[in-house]
Design a protein. Sequence first.
Lengths: 292, 240
Amino acid sequence: MDRLLFLFATGLARGAVFALFALSLVLIWRAARMINFAQGAMALVATYVAFAATAATGSYWIGLAIGILAGAATGWGAERGVMRFVPHGRPLTGVIVAIGLVMVLQAVLGFLFGPQFRPMRTPFDDSPITVGGIPLLSPYDLFVLITALVIMAGLALLFTRTSLGLQLRAAAFAPEVSRILGVRVSRMVTIGWVLSSAVAALAAMLLVPTELGLNPHATDMLFVYAFAVAVVGGLDSPAGALLGGLTVGVAMTLVTGYLGATAAPIGVLVLLVVVLLIKPGGIFSMKEVRGA
Amino acid sequence: MSGALKIDDLVVGYGGAPVLHGVSFDLAPGEIVAVLGANGAGKTTLLRSLAGLVPAAAGALELDGIDLRSLRTEDRARRGFALVPEGQSVVGELTVDENLRLGALWRHRGRSRDRAVDGIYELFEPLARRRASAGHQLSGGERQMLALGRALIAEPILLALDEPSLGLAPLVVSQLMGTLRDAAAARGLTVLLAEQNVTSALSIADRGIVLDLGNVVADADASASDLAADETLRHAYLGF
């Protein structure tokens, strides 16, 4: 029972990061109708920048801030420099371009930093706090969980309560009508990429220190899990990303805890296949409602 | 701000084949002009090229002396040109309130935006009851009210509507036309109304222009009973 509680709590923290990364995929999907397969590699570039900034300044927080800015800049560069030129209505072309981008970025990172694992610092202790004799979250897990939830709440407010959010949503759902109403749709697409990449960068920076460490493939599995989360939750649904992320995080931690680490990816893939078979639009997809 | 539109020798085509062959006419400030014609006459293309959604190949477009052709679609909207496009122009995923706020972005901020939205609800009472409903949940008539309300809240100087009566019951159409006429008169709006529904369009228009195969074939004052009464025009172009 103690073990179940411990795994559940750790799973929530890990799930919040999956949710955050999945949310970044949802943001791009909504802004540009594209699944950005390069999201992991782009977030990794930002994480390396954060690593270098922390090494140079000695401050985790400066590294984190610069890493988020680097993530935003990567998103801007990817959209303005590459993705903007992918023809509309050709989703496969976008996917192939994104995979090409992954290869280029990973090669450049390998060239600059080498293939070895580099340890990343955490700002808080990573050993669990015991409450009433039961080990629960570590202070770092708590930091991760709170940060992820605060960012998601902030994004929800941005999208539902501000004019920028209204324009972002309108441009995503109805680009032509939005232009007729004066919304600069292409700028909204760029902002969508910038926001999304900054969020993905933050998620990667939160997860990498407690996983194996920083290397040119550090975010590969994060992308796969978050992609599963986004599909399970419904690519159009931010709430689905949150709930899907927490579900996958907890499920994965439980499977790891009881069946071993090698079983976890299999568990996630089984979940992905089952959801795709039963509800191809994702558990929280709005397709049925929208058919009205 | 007055709303004088000048269209001179406008040529528009999709990939080489021209749809409009040198269309010319003017709209005086505050005038309501009906653009009539059968399917394929070029009404939609004319309106889309005014909005900048289809580039003009040649000719001049001026709104109060400003060259519209040099402006992007978004900037034409911000300069006071509102288009209510044909069919489903309400953003179905956004609520009624959000659709209206989207229209109000450039003219109103903060409190003034709330007041402008309330003003539209006074104009279209059925919308007020549905302010929190998503656009895709509305009836056809409610959608067209919302599309018109969203255009009016932007306080345009020139309003163009593409077949607003399409698919609506006659009673709803006459209410919509009445609201349009009153709102235009109250605001001194210039209106360009493209319609296949000749009777309802001419019921509120000052002038009627008949398009056929991309050419202006008639331009008459719409005590425009003249237009509707002209046997040749009726049979040839208006189909009734």
